[in-house]
Structure formats: structure tokens, C-alpha cells
Design a protein around this ligand. Sequence first.
Ligand code: SF4
Length: 355
Amino acid sequence: MNGPVIVSSLENLPPSLAASVTPEEKAYLGTLGSGGRLPFSVTSHFASLAEPSGEDPVRRQFFPDPREEERTPWELDDPLGEACHRAAPRLIHQYRDRALLKTTGICAGYCRYCFRRVWMGTREGFIREDELKPVLEYLSAHPEIREILVSGGDPLTAGDKQLGGLFGELRRARPGILLRICSRIPVVLPSRITSELIALFREWRPLRMVVHLNHPRELAPQILSVFAALIDAGIPVHVQTVLLKGINDSPELLAELFRECADLGLTPYYLFQGDLAPGTAHFRVPLEAGLAIYRHLRKLVSGLALPVYAVDLPGGGGKIPLHDRSIAGERRTPRGPEYLLRGPDGSLWSYPKET
Ligand code: SF4
């Protein structure tokens, strides 16, 4: 495709997609530069996978929707409660043996359901030396941390030199620490996964990739060769998927996605229940419907192709696998009906019954 690699205005969208934009969408798009809102940006590759319909499952993932302005009483700026576990300004230490580093607030394209959409709206750039220093000090002082999630935003928006420098610093602070690279770039910008980047990954093993992938249509031919190259280089690739209403909330479609992933040598890892990020209710599948989808999915795929269905308990309770026994009870509140979910330590956490 000719034109810019990253599209952030209507004029640069493929003409048929631009023609499908409604006046309401266009008006909403015009507001995104202000108020810390999640920007509009999509790679030309990902846009080329979309059909010109407001219901298209690829288009809906990246095209701004005026419903993002609607906020439910359950939604939180920090839905995972990361602030409760902040060990340094960019470092989250919630689980004993692993920590998460927010390397950047930039992505190649912005997913409209993003759980860190408020942080992404700050458009923080790649971690600076003065921000990295306390992270390294913390890692040095906490030998129980065996794994670092190199996350963001999307860390692969940084250049190879920046990434190599970061990996080196992390390993100097904690020799042997496992690097887990969390990225959507292999799917939205496959040309970024160059042989040089793969060589860098090889150099810094042990290193694993966790790739965010939601729909079988995202498995375009360019992406298949990227995954093959990563696997040939000895880089394990895991897949995380967000359960999204009207996009992938069908057991058959998810079965197709996870079977294809397994056939490619990727490991389906997590299927996430939607987080309570502001303005994302139109993407969330009600919990009860999600459980029914997962029950059906289990019958359709082998264990090798079955991810864990999980939710991050809103407000900082941590990640729990979801199954019928996860629901400890339900109650009516002034906000509406909600479920009580049991956290890893037995404590109870609320999650809305509807969306
Ligand atoms: S790639 Fe991840 S961090 Fe970036 S917008 Fe999408 S969900 Fe958010």
C-alpha cells in the first residue's frame, strides 16, 4: 500500500473506509486532540484489513466511536488498580516474581477498548534515563523478581538501539531476568519485525513475546511469516486476546482463532474479560455471557489451543481465572446489579453484572 505507514487522519485512510465514516464519528474524531482522550491512529496495514462497515470487527477495534464518551458507574481511570502496586513511576510490582515496566505511552495504533487508555492519553514517550534509574534500583533490591514484562504502550515503537540499551540495563540490574515483550506490533505493523530486531531478541534470550491478537482476520499472510521467523529464531510466542462484544464473542470464531494460532506454533495464553476502562462498555461482554462462551469453546478446541479465560479484578485485586466457581455471589447496589468475584487471597471484588 502507498501512503503513510501510520494513519491518524481521515484523509489517509483507504478511500472506501473514509467514505464509511458517519458524521457522528467524524465529529467525535475532531475532539480527540483534547482532554487527554485516546488519540486516533492505525497502521495502514491494519486499516487494510478492515471492511467499510461500522460493524466490521477490525474497523471497530481502531475507529473512534462516540460511545467512548459514555461512562458507567463501574468504570475507572485505572481499572487494574496499578497505582496501588507502583514500585517506581513506570514500574508495577503486583505479583511476587514478576514486575511490569511501562516503557512508553505510545502505540503504533490505538485500540479503542484499551485498558490503559487514560495513561495512553498522556502520550508519555520512551522511558528516560532518570525514570529508569529507580526501576533498576528496585530490581537490584528485589531478587525475587525473575521476570520483567516489557510493556507500554507498545515497546516495539522504540528503535532497536533503545530496546537493546534497555535490555542491557535490565540485565545488569538483575542478571538472567526473563524478558517478556508485550506487543501488538507483530499484528498491526509486521514490517517492524525485521531480521535485525529478531537478532536482538535472540541476543537477549531468555526472552518471550506475548502478542495481542483478537480475530482470525488479523492473521494476514505477512503476519504468518513474522511468526514463523520468530519461532525459527527460538523466540516463544504467546497470544493474549480480549473478549470483545460484536468482534469475537462467538465460541466458533474464537475456536478458529486459537486453532490457527496453535497450528502456527503460537501458544494461546489468555482470553481476557473486558476491563472497566472508561468509555468501553460497548465492547464488554457481560460476564455471564463470557462464561457461557468459554464453556462452549472448551468443547471445540483441544487443551493445546485453549487459553485461560481471566479477568483483572477491578481496582487492583489481581488476575483470576474465570469459571463458574469464580462467582462467589451477587448483590444489588446503587450502581446496579453486580457480581462478587473471589480474589487470589479469598477477598471479594465487584464486577458489573451487565457491562
Ligand atoms: S496495543 Fe495495547 S497498549 Fe496499545 S492501545 Fe492497544 S491495548 Fe492499549
